[in-house]
Design a protein around this ligand. Structure first.
Ligand code: COA
Length: 333
């Protein structure tokens, strides 16, 4: 029997501290108007001191498991750019917080593409028979790596977490997640990076420079490549699935910039009314953004069972990835 993976539950979590554009204009040379018109963002959430990425991940994971009606899963895969520590991985801590001691748990690092990579990994585990249920989480605390003096990144990113439970199904049952299209181009590693903290800096190819410990991004070049790679990846996955752009009920992309979402929909020929966007309210939450936007849309009752979704992301690495899924008959909390 060929096994496939289907969505069984979904959940998300945002920390309580709301940071509006006005909060940022009080300490940075920027304006609400610039942030809104260049990115579409009005506010984001930052976690309170004392909170860690594993706390956000565990809360979103618990909600997804509740949505799936499960007290246990067979594996936990966490996509994050902001692990609790450089070593060990954060996923085992998340699993322990969920009472899941003993199950395999590991991190996937593909920056803003992380959730799509993690979902592909989970689907692979299910297809190979290594698990019957997998909790896939995207969780980020970019507030811990942003340079507070850098207006080009500080206005964009926010903290948050989103999660899905995927379970094994018979391929013949329909509604399977996939196929996937994944890619990378490491020649662009410098475009989105935290330079310090790894072997490269510790074995000193060059003397550390002030600010190396913070996240940095070449925004304009990233914008161009994001549209190009997401469009190519989305087209590749549609072709593998045998779907047309006109079949798509919802385009659920990584929430990098509202202008990127609009441009991508235009390039793919998908009407703007079919684009899911929550970036105005949460900013760019990196690996958390796709499950977060999906859960919020689900809770708002926007999906019908049978709706066809196209997911696509682009991020540091450089990395990109896309997949498709058919929305199942999930009850809302
Ligand atoms: N407030 C006011 N001015 C700002 C600013 C801010 N927060 N940030 C940058 N600027 C200025 C720049 O200094 C520049 O000024 P100059 O023309 O005098 O040099 C000007 O605005 C334009 O900067 P630029 O970087 O070209 O703007 P942009 O239109 O490309 O928008 C981003 C910047 C970052 C919003 C945009 O490039 C972007 O969203 N990129 C992709 C981000 C992304 O996807 N990241 C995640 C990848 S997964």
């Amino acid at each position: 029997m060929t096994r496939s993976a289907v969505l069984a539950g979904i959940g998300s979590f945002l920390p309580s501290r709301r940071v509006t554009n006005e909060h940022l204009t009080a300490r940075l040379d920027t304006s609400d108007e610039w942030i809104r018109t260049r990115t579409g963002i009005r506010q984001r959430y930052f976690a309170e001191p004392g909170t860690t990425t594993s706390d956000l991940a565990a809360e979103a994971g618990a909600r997804a498991m509740k949505s799936a009606g499960l007290a246990e899963v067979d594996a936990v895969v966490l996509a994050t750019t902001t692990p609790d520590r450089p070593c060990p991985a954060t996923a085992p801590t998340v699993a322990a917080k969920l009472g899941l001691v003993g199950c395999p748990a590991f991190d996937v690092q593909a920056v803003c593409t992380g959730f799509v990579y993690a979902l592909a990994t989970a689907c692979g585990l299910l297809a190979a028979g290594g698990a019957d249920t997998v909790l896939v989480i995207g969780a980020e605390m970019f507030s811990t790596i942003l340079n507070p003096a850098d207006r080009t990144t500080s206005v964009i990113f926010g903290d948050g977490a989103g999660a899905m439970v995927v379970r094994a199904a018979r391929a013949a049952d329909g509604g399977a997640i996939g196929p996937f299209d994944l890619g990378s181009d490491g020649t662009g590693a410098d475009l989105i990076t935290v330079r310090a903290g790894g072997a490269e800096q510790r074995r000193g190819r060059s003397a550390p420079t002030a600010g190396d410990e913070y996240f940095s991004m070449a925004g304009r070049e990233v914008f161009r490549q994001a549209v190009e790679h997401m469009a190519a990846s989305a087209r590749a996955v549609l072709s593998r699935a045998g779907w047309q752009a006109g079949d798509i009920d919802w385009l659920a992309c990584h929430q990098a910039n509202l202008r990127i979402l609009v441009r991508l929909a235009d390039v793919l020929g998908i009407p703007e009314a079919r684009v899911l966007a929550n970036i105005a309210a949460v900013g760019n939450t990196s690996a958390a953004s796709i499950p977060l936007v999906l859960d919020q849309a689900h809770q708002a009752g926007r999906f019908q069972a049978g709706d066809r979704l196209l997911l696509s992301a682009f991020g540091g690495g450089l990395t990109w990835g896309s997949t498709v899924l058919t929305w199942p008959d999930l009850t809302r909390p």
